[in-house]
Design a protein around this ligand. Structure first.
Ligand code: DAK
Length: 246
């Protein structure tokens, strides 16, 4: 019908968001946004993972300057420019950049196996694509602190309890429920739907731009640290990182 469906499809890497995947995701969203036959969109992954974060293997070898130059994950910023509603249908892992993609969507339907987390602290960095700003608005400061400072992941039921997701449904149903919800919204008055989305986002975004700019700068600063290199290298080598505070 009038629903544009986008499926993240790098199952061998739990849909880790590399450059190419992020670009293709944004291109697809923008194409649907321009398409008059589409009224709403659904982004999904597979049962095991929505996305386990930015691709650490790709990131581990980057210098700070390369990160700033290509700013590949700044592609994330393009989600904010999508005017039509975007629903995330999440099962399994939604971690790091994957959780940030979800947080940038307008509604979230979770399967009962979904898990939401911001594990960047394990790599010696912080969320760099809106996590520190959007999570606190979604679940409140206390829980956002625990999730980001101490890698606490939320189960689907916890995410529902704290207001992060709209609904939790059995794993066999989550995608259909998301598509049905998108389908219902897609046939509503297009201008009003877009205006409502814009204004609801405006309520929390007026201070967000400053926060996002600051967050990105802090991310790059941490990217220059030895601990960041150690954290990412340790992941690639499947060992525990040794932090030096440098
Ligand atoms: N990147 C690359 N590969 C990944 C990956 C990731 N994030 N997550 C999983 N994989 C790969 C694994 O390496 C493994 O591949 P092989 O070793 O078999 O080749 C395969 O997917 C299956 O993963 P596991 O064997 O680890 O599966 P398990 O079920 O045992 O564990 C897990 C699942 C999700 C707990 C584990 O895979 C895990 O901890 N993954 C990493 C999660 C993580 O740390 N994510 C946060 C990444 S940092 C920026 C903005 C934002 C960001 C960066 C910059 N700017 C504005 C510049 C975002 C940063 C992040 O997201």
């Amino acid at each position: 019908g009038r629903v544009g469906l986008i499926t993240l499809n790098r199952p061998q890497a739990l849909n880790a968001l590399n450059n190419q995947l992020m670009r293709e995701l944004m291109d697809a969203l923008e194409a649907f946004d321009k398409d008059d036959d589409i009224g709403a969109m659904v982004i999904t992954g597979n049962e095991k993972a929505f996305a386990a974060g930015a691709d650490v293997k790709e990131m581990a070898v980057k210098t700070t300057l390369q990160m700033m130059d290509t700013d590949h994950v700044a592609v994330f910023g393009r989600i904010r420019t999508i005017q039509k509603p975007v629903i995330a249908a999440v099962s399994g892992w939604a971690l790091g950049g994957g959780c940030e993609v979800v947080l940038s969507c307008d509604m979230i339907i979770a399967s009962d196996s979904a898990k939401f987390g911001q594990p960047e602290i394990n790599l010696g960095v912080i969320p760099g694509a809106g996590g520190t700003q959007r999570l606190v608005r979604a679940v409140g400061k206390a829980l956002a602190m625990e999730m980001i400072l101490n890698n606490r992941a939320l189960t689907a039921q916890e995410a529902l309890h704290y207001g992060l997701v709209n609904r939790v449904v059995p794993v066999g149903d989550y995608l259909n429920v998301a598509i049905l919800l998108a389908d219902e919204i897609a046939v509503r008055a297009p201008l009003a739907v877009r205006a409502a989305k814009r204004m609801i986002n405006h309520s929390s975004e007026s201070f967000l731009a400053d926060g996002l700019a600051e967050e990105k700068q802090v991310f790059y600063n941490l990217f220059a640290s030895e601990d960041r290199k150690e954290g990412m290298q340790a992941f690639v080598e499947k060992r525990k990182p040794e932090w030096t505070g440098k």
